[in-house]
Design a protein around this ligand. Structure first.
Ligand code: MCA
Ligand code: AMP
Length: 491
């Protein structure tokens, strides 16, 4: 059994006292993590699916590792989810229980679920060791929610095979080993922070130091005291680039890192240049998606390629497809096509959404090409440069993917809103900023500033709140009544 299905975390099968993870006041060696997660895994055995209250703490890492050891799919919950979003995720994923720290305050929507407290201790000795490996690699490891253009977020089913394949491909591309100490402050309910940022180092047998909350001081402290790698979204690198000229400790720490990696959205060339000028180091970009895990990466040690996302990772096939369905043959650096991906890194489908799953693939879900919706050109050497997205109704703000339709629906539920349209506008810090165009129900007494942002944050999540609200007398529409977003007045 175990020979057929090797464990996701070999270092937990024969744990030592090497450091595994550190977050705020808590730190665990591999022995301690094996005991804590092993004890919890024993309690989870037989569960169908569990939710994890994914606050940025060591307990979240223990909870997810325990579910994986037990072979139970884990659904990480954004602890800032608004009431509507949380109700949707819980209704759709139907977990048996929620795993949370003993001190975590949970919202009312979770009260109906059995709560399992996540401890950081486990029984000493072999009683606490993890159950034997032997879980089918095709079984679901994680269900991660991601936004589409319309409707509520979809649950992406990530198998153990996909997680292992993607992490191993990154290890090969980045020479990522047990000697690496990864530093980051990413949220733990998305692929970037959870799969790459926590499961990545643990699969290698190395260490992760989570900052609790992202800050330039935290990066300087942890990279300056043994950290070797930094992961972040472009908004984080933008803020680091702002801080570098006044912060010698940060400059020294970043200059000394083995690898600085950015992903989840495009890092502007200007920020690449500011970081390179201050630290002498180039940031490596990699490109991925919740559905595909990681697809491509610039290779460390090779020529710096700001503005590109590098070449396909080992085992990943990438092709560009034109509007008429023809596959681009030659790489000319000019012809734009949609990025389609195939490989062991791909998800298994959307939870409860067979039609959406079938539509997402060219050639069927089994063995077909996944349509990413990203548009790109390919240079002569195979390097991929992303140039935009097929759907204008998907916004990337601070590395979060946000669907315009979801916010429009939330806005329309506010009594002061008659009509609403949502767009993304360029923003130096966030990449894109969410803008709400609103026709108020009462033009004489429109909703007060900030009221609509609070409303969206309460229903959906704070990162989905509009940063700018523009009031209009009417939305531009075509003869069929469809909103023409391109005709919205420029600022
Ligand atoms: C402000 N806040 C509010 C409101 N206004 N809360 C409720 N209602 C309001 N009206 C609060 C926020 O909750 C937050 O609280 C604070 O004000 C500031 O929020 P904000 O300006 O949104 O951002 P920030 O806190 O400055 O964070 C910036 C950030 C963050 C650190 C860059 O956005 C972030 O962690 N982004 C990463 C996203 C990510 O991981 N994406 C990966 C998905 P407080 O101050 O208490 O916090 S993509 C992926 O996984 C794929 C596979 C890939 O390729 O990686
Ligand atoms: P998500 O659905 O939140 O997992 O986000 C996936 C999307 O993030 C991709 O489809 C891309 O549009 C975008 N993305 C991820 N990494 C990069 C990158 N390095 N450069 C540009 N866009 C990226």
């Amino acid at each position: 059994m175990s020979a057929l299905f090797p464990p996701l975390f070999p270092a937990l099968a024969a744990p030592t006292d090497r450091p595994a993870l550190r977050c705020g006041p808590d730190s665990l060696s591999y022995e301690e993590l094996a005991r804590a997660a092993g004890a919890l895994a024993a309690r989870l055995a037989g569960s169908r699916r569990v939710a994890v209250w994914a606050v940025p703490t060591a307990r979240t890492a223990v909870a997810v590792v325990a579910a994986l050891l037990a072979g139970v799919p884990a659904v990480p919950l954004n602890p800032r989810s608004g009431e509507r979003e949380l109700a949707h995720v819980l209704g759709d994923s139907a977990p048996d229980a929620v795993l949370a720290g003993p001190g975590d305050e949970l919202p009312a929507a979770l009260e109906a679920l059995p709560r399992i407290d996540v401890g950081l201790d486990g029984p000493a000795g072999p009683g606490g060791s993890p159950p034997p490996a032997g879980v089918d690699p095709e079984s679901t490891a994680l269900v991660v929610y991601t936004s589409g253009t319309t409707g509520p977020p979809k649950g992406v089913l990530l198998s153990r095979r996909a997680v292992a394949a993607s992490l191993d491909a990154l290890a090969e591309a980045w020479s990522w080993t047990a000697d690496d100490v990864l530093v980051h402050g990413l949220p733990l309910f998305h692929v970037h922070g959870l799969v790459l940022g926590v499961l990545g180092p643990l699969r290698r047998g190395g260490e992760v130091r989570h900052l609790g909350a992202f800050s330039a001081e935290g990066v300087a402290r942890e990279l300056g005291s043994g950290g070797t790698m930094l992961f972040g979204v472009p908004t984080m690198y933008h803020r680091l680039a702002d801080a570098l000229p006044h912060d010698p400790a940060l400059t020294k720490a970043m200059a000394g890192a083995r690898l600085l990696v950015s992903g989840s959205a495009a890092l502007p060339v200007h920020d690449h240049e500011r970081i390179a000028a201050a630290t002498g180091r180039t940031v490596v970009e990699r490109y991925g998606m919740s559905e595909t895990l990681m697809n491509t990466s610039v290779r460390p040690g090779g020529p710096p390629r700001p503005g590109t996302v590098g070449t396909p990772l080992p085992g990943v096939e990438v092709r560009l497809v034109e509007e008429d369905g023809s596959v681009l043959g030659a790489f000319d650096g000019e012809t734009v096509g949609e990025v389609q991906v195939r490989g062991p890194n791909l998800f298994s489908g959307y939870l409860n959404r067979p039609e959406a799953t079938a539509e997402a693939f060219d050639g069927g879900a089994a063995g077909g090409w996944f349509r990413t919706g990203d548009m790109a050109v390919r240079e002569g050497d195979g390097t991929i440069r992303l140039v935009g997205r097929k759907a204008t109704d998907l916004i990337k703000s601070a590395g979060y993917k946000i669907g315009a339709g979801e916010i429009e629906n939330a806005l329309l539920d506010h009594p002061g809103v008659r009509e609403a349209a949502v767009t993304g506008e360029p923003d130096p810090d966030l990449g894109e900023r969410i803008v709400a165009w609103v026709v108020p129900a009462d033009p004489v007494d429109p909703p007060a500033d900030g009221e609509l942002a609070d409303h969206v944050a309460r229903l959906l999540a704070p990162h989905k709140r509009p940063r700018t609200v523009r009031l209009l007398d009417a939305l531009p529409r075509n003869d069929l009544g469809k909103v023409l977003k391109k005709r919205l007045p420029r600022e």
